[in-house]
Design a protein around this ligand. Structure first.
Ligand SMILES: C[S@@+](CC[C@H](N)C(=O)[O-])C[C@H]1O[C@@H](n2cnc3c(N)ncnc32)[C@H](O)[C@@H]1O
Length: 328
C-alpha cells in the first residue's frame, strides 16, 4: 500500500462532506443570495434565517473549497468556481443536478447496500415511489431534471445533426423527449419535417405546440403516438431494466411506419470509462435501469422484433447513435 493509495481512499471515504456542503449551500438559498449581492455573514444569516455561528463555519468551509471569497471586511462573494452553482447561466445544469442530489440522489445512494441485497432501486424503498412519481409530486425537482436534460440536449444536438441525415420530410417522434429542445433543433435544420414530442403529462403540460411541432402526453408503456418515420429514444432506455426496455421498444415498433427507423442515443459502457460506470450505479440505485454495451442494446432490439442497422459515434463522451428498423 502506498501513501497515494491511502490518500485516495481517505478522499473516497470523506467524499460525502463536499457533496453535503454544496447541497446545503444550495438548499438554504445561500448560493442564490450571495449571487444576488455580496454581503457579510450577519446579513446573510438574517436574510436567510440561518444560525449565524453555523453559517460562519459553513462559509469558512466553502472558502476552503474556493467556492466563495471573503474580503478583509468580511464581505462574501461567489468565486469563479462558485459561480458554476448559480441557477442561471453557464453552470445552470450543474446547479440543477446539485438540487436533484439534495432532493433525491443522496438518499437513494445512501441506501445502496439495500440495492445490493434486493437488486431493486434503493430510491423506491426510501421514497416509497418511483423517481418519476416523486418528481410529479415535487415540480421544482421535475423542473431541475428538465434543466439538466435540456442542457444536455443543447450540447448533443450538433453532433447528432452531423452524424445522421434525416429524411427531409419525415415525421419525427421524440419518445421521452423532455421539453423538446432536441426535436425543435432538428426541425430547424429540416424545414419540411414534422415533429411530435411525447413525454409524461407533468413534463409536457407547459410545452407549447408550434407549427410542425405537436405535443402529446402519455406513457410509453401504454402506447407511442402513431405515424412516425423516425423515433428518437435518447437517454431513455438506460433508465429501465431489460424487460421494460423491450416493452418500450415493442410499443415503438407498433407505432412506427413500416419503413421507419428508431434512433437510440445512449452512452455505451466500457470497463475503462469511470464516469459511465458510475452512471450505471446511479441507474441501478435510483431508477432500476442500467448502462449497456452495443451488443446488449442489439439484444433488446431483437427481443422487440427490431434489428440494429448502424452504430455511429456523435462526438467524444456523447451518446452513440444506434439506428434500428423493424425486423423483416
Ligand atoms: C433521462 S430523460 C431523457 C430525456 C430526453 N430524451 C433527453 O435525452 O434529453 C428520460 C425521459 O423519459 C421520460 N419518461 C419517463 N417515464 C416515461 C413514460 N412512462 N412515458 C413517457 N416518457 C417517460 C421522462 O419524463 C424524461 O423526460
Amino acid at each position: 500500500m502506498s501513501s497515494q493509495d491511502l490518500e485516495r481512499v481517505v478522499d473516497m471515504v470523506n467524499g460525502y462532506r463536499q457533496t453535503c456542503l454544496l447541497v446545503a449551500a444550495a438548499q438554504t438559498g445561500l448560493i442564490d443570495r450571495v449571487d444576488a449581492g455580496a454581503a457579510d455573514a450577519e446579513t446573510l444569516a438574517q436574510d436567510l434565517n440561518l444560525n449565524l455561528n453555523a453559517l460562519q463555519r459553513l462559509l469558512r468551509a466553502l472558502q476552503s473549497l474556493e467556492l466563495v471569497t471573503r474580503e478583509p471586511s468580511g464581505i462574501i462573494s461567489l468565486s469563479p468556481a462558485g459561480q458554476l452553482l448559480r441557477k442561471e447561466g453557464f453552470g445552470a445544469g450543474l446547479r440543477a443536478w446539485t438540487d436533484l442530489v439534495g432532493g433525491e440522489y443522496l438518499r437513494a445512494w445512501g441506501s445502496l447496500s439495500d440495492t445490493l441485497k434486493t437488486g431493486e432501486p434503493a430510491f423506491e424503498r426510501e421514497f416509497g415511489m418511483t423517481v418519476w412519481e416523486h418528481r410529479r409530486l415535487h415540480p421544482a425537482l421535475n423542473e431541475s431534471f428538465q434543466r439538466v436534460t435540456s442542457g444536455e440536449q443543447r450540447r448533443t444536438l450538433s453532433g447528432i445533426l452531423r452524424s445522421y441525415t434525416f429524411p427531409t420530410d419525415a415525421c419525427l417522434v421524440d419518445v421521452g423527449g423532455g421539453h423538446g429542445g432536441l426535436l425543435l433543433g432538428i426541425l430547424k435544420k429540416y424545414p419540411q419535417a414534422q415533429g411530435i414530442l411525447f413525454d409524461l403529462p407533468q413534463v409536457v403540460q407547459e410545452v407549447q405546440a408550434q407549427e410542425r411541432f405537436r405535443v402529446v402526453s402519455g406513457s410509453f408503456f401504454e402506447a407511442v403516438p402513431k405515424g412516425g418515420d423516425i423515433h428518437l429514444l435518447k437517454h431513455v432506455l438506460h433508465n429501465w431494466d431489460d424487460s421494460q426496455c423491450v416493452s418500450i421498444l415493442g410499443n415503438c415498433r407498433e407505432a412506427l411506419n413500416s419503413d421507419g427507423k428508431i434512433l437510440i442515443l445512449e452512452n455505451l459502457i466500457t470497463d475503462d470509462d469511470q464516469a459511465q460506470i458510475m452512471m450505471d450505479i446511479h441507474m441501478m440505485a435510483v431508477l432500476g435501469g442500467r448502462e449497456r454495451t452495443v451488443e446488449e442494446y442489439s439484444g433488446l432490439l431483437t427481443q422487440a422484433g427490431l434489428e440494429l442497422v448502424t452504430t455511429q459515434p456523435t462526438r467524444a463522451g456523447a451518446p452513440v447513435l444506434m439506428e434500428a428498423k423493424i425486423r423483416s
